[in-house]
Design a protein. Structure first.
Length: 91
């Protein structure tokens, strides 16, 4: 499933830590927005990591799960990237 993860973390150190972590899961398509093709287990790992990086009094995290049907309706304008699922086999 496609998940859009948006975050606003006030601590530079915590924001950089979370940003580096998310690079392992998806594409950084905007400053604090990642598009990740993940399963529910990976999404749970991301949510746990976010819990250790976010101060609930000052920061925010939004995770949007996008179904396959809705993913086909995504409109990209300008220089944006559209995340697509690739079929591949690792031998």
């Amino acid at each position: 499933m496609l998940a859009i993860i948006s975050y606003d973390i006030s601590s530079n150190r915590q924001r950089a830590k979370f940003h580096r972590f998310l690079k392992e899961y998806g594409l950084n398509t905007q400053k604090s927005i990642f598009e990740c093709e993940v399963d529910l287990d990976a999404l749970a790992v991301i949510a746990r990591m976010a819990g250790s990086c976010i101060d609930p009094d000052t920061d925010s995290l939004l995770i949007y799960r996008i179904c396959n049907r809705c993913q086909n309706k995504v409109v990209v304008s300008g220089q944006g990237l559209k995340v697509t699922t690739l079929e591949y086999l690792v031998c």
